[in-house]
Design a protein around this ligand. Structure first.
Ligand code: TXE
Length: 498
């Protein structure tokens, strides 16, 4: 299947997957069914791996790391594998997008865009593999020369969530591979298919066996065991703040493995009265509805200058009402299904709470009934105060909370009034305001007169409780390396003992 038309249909039977360790597909484990959240019918069957399977995967990754079958190659050789993977992804784009849509519920057109972005990650990872370098000190005197080497950190554990199963994977894997590390991936139990498909892609691209391993199963067993594993050198985790915290404990209690964490967000979109309000309203509606708001960088707090607040909220509500919520397999759909029933309940619970706390429901707040699956209309609350739970908690759904401000200081204070610091968007035509707010809002990603812009050249990651470290681009590769200071003495050495 390499085009979106004809409109793809559901698979007639669920597709059964194996798991992937040491370059071999494995089976024989109990399987669990994953139903499409947009249709309510089983679409995939995924193995419930054991901790022995996980241990075998870590051993395979360790062996592949220590014998230098990957780390020992030149950056150019690693780059050519990554570039071949990018070419294979181009060929398999529609197929991978299809399985992503079925398991996640996101619109197929969006899933295709995410595969394109993932291809770019592999291309940039290839460039980064060739450019990876250290430093030197020629300032230590004529008898001493200093070199700073970057070495791959070793075996990486990668735990990914269900909201962008393939994209988040590809914002990490090419950069981990570029550094020379080997890895064991544990995808979310509800969206494992495309992580397994990437194993096929990497194998065809010529990645040596044992470098990329995938073990599927629950977070509480396989995920937890990976965080605690004494032979894993680094863990990259993307998911909830609660599990992120448990990763920190597990790392401390096992082997002090290095952690990369990308956790929750409660991101502001700040709109000044002088902004192009139509552009900003489009961005506000997009920023909270994209991926049904199940996005760590969703802009869920609208902080808008009071003099235009009512007008702006009306503009956003009008845009939201036009968003096409529908069957994820329909190429015209803009907003698909909520990925899990648990998340659906969480979002509906917050919508009820917002009303109970006294916020005004301007638009949305209702379930869209397509006769199958779970869908929630994009929702806007006005009259929100900073202490309401809809203003403080990461809802992870299409729910935007509007709060007015009068002064720039108040806008900055409201934007920073959160334990998170993942992303922020700012709308103004005034350069002084733009630079002041950009410098003072504590967020890892900042968009001025745009939202969710950029590519995998730019680093991703958060301030405060949104996480540790950065992924993607050259920063992302460096994250998976460690530094060795090498001192080389030349000439005659001064003896300590006479
Ligand atoms: O995440 P979990 P959930 C936030 C969002 C959402 C909430 C809960 O607010 O409502 O988290 O989502 C694995 N040890 N984000 O419950 O449980 C799990 O199998 C090790 C924000 O689904 O954190 C999956 O692979 N691993 C976020 C991954 O962790 C464990 C994206 C994420 O699942 C584990 C997702 C354990 N004890 C949710 N328990 C973002 N930043 O984008 C689970 N896992």
């Amino acid at each position: 299947m390499d085009t979106l038309r004809p409109f793809p249909t559901l698979p007639t039977t669920p597709r059964e997957f194996g798991f992937y360790v040491d370059g071999k597909w494995q089976g024989g484990r109990p399987l669990f069914d994953r139903a499409s959240p947009g249709h309510g019918v089983p679409v995939t069957r995924i193995p419930k791996c054991t901790t022995d399977d996980l241990n075998a995967a870590v051993t395979a990754a360790r062996t592949a790391f220590e014998d230098r079958r990957w780390a020992g190659l030149s950056g150019a050789a690693r780059a050519s594998v990554l570039l071949r993977a990018a070419e294979i992804l181009k060929r398999r784009r529609a197929e991978i997008a299809y399985w992503e849509t079925l398991e996640n519920g996101k619109p197929i057109s969006q899933a295709m865009g995410e595969i394109d972005h993932s291809i770019a990650c592999f291309e940039i990872g290839a460039g980064a593999a060739r450019m990876l370098h250290g430093d030197s000190y020629n300032s230590l005197g004529d008898n001493l020369f200093g070199m700073v080497l970057r070495e791959p950190i070793g075996v990486v554990g990668l735990i990914t969530p269900w909201n962008f199963p393939f994209l988040i994977l590809c914002e990490r894997v090419p950069f981990i591979l570029a550094s020379g590390c080997t890895l064991v991936v544990k995808p979310s139990e509800v969206t494992s298919a495309t992580t397994l498909l990437l194993a096929e892609v990497l194998e065809e691209a010529g990645l040596p066996a044992g470098v990329y391993n995938v073990v599927t199963g629950s977070g509480r067993t396989i995920g937890q065991a990976l965080t605690e594993h004494p032979d894993v050198d680094m863990l990259s985790f993307t998911g909830s703040t609660a599990v992120g915290r448990s990763c920190v404990h597990a790392a401390a209690d096992s082997n002090f493995k290095k952690l990369g964490l990308e956790l929750g967000g409660k991101n502001p979109i700040i709109v000044f009265a002088d902004a192009d309000l139509d552009d900003a309203a489009d961005a506000a509606a997009f920023g909270i509805s994209f991926n049904t708001g199940q996005c760590c960088v969703s802009s869920s707090r609208l902080i808008v200058e009071r003099s235009v607040a009512a007008k702006f909220e009306a503009l956003v509500a009008a845009k939201m009402a036009k968003i096409r919520v529908g069957d994820p397999l329909d190429p015209n759909t803009q907003v698909g299904a909520i990925t899990t029933t648990a998340q659906n309940d969480v979002i509906l619970g917050y919508i009820a709470k917002g009303q109970a706390e006294g916020a005004t429901l301007v638009t949305g707040g209702i379930v869209k009934d397509l006769g199958h699956g779970q869908y929630i209309e994009p929702t806007l609350f006005s009259g929100v105060t900073p202490n309401m739970s809809i203003a403080t908690d990461e809802i992870f759904g299409p729910v935007l909370c509007s709060m007015p401000f009068d002064t720039i200081e108040e806008a900055i204070a409201l934007a920073n009034d959160t334990v998170y610091g993942l992303a922020a968007s700012l709308w103004t035509k005034n350069i002084d305001k733009a630079l002041t707010v950009t410098r003072r809002v504590r967020a890892g990603r900042f968009w001025v007169n745009c939202i969710m812009a950029g590519g995998p050249e730019m680093p991703l990651g958060g301030f405060k409780q949104s996480g540790w470290g950065r992924e993607a681009g050259t920063y992302g590769v460096e994250e998976y390396t460690q530094i060795k200071s090498v001192h080389i003495e030349t000439g005659k050495r001064d003896h300590w003992i006479a």
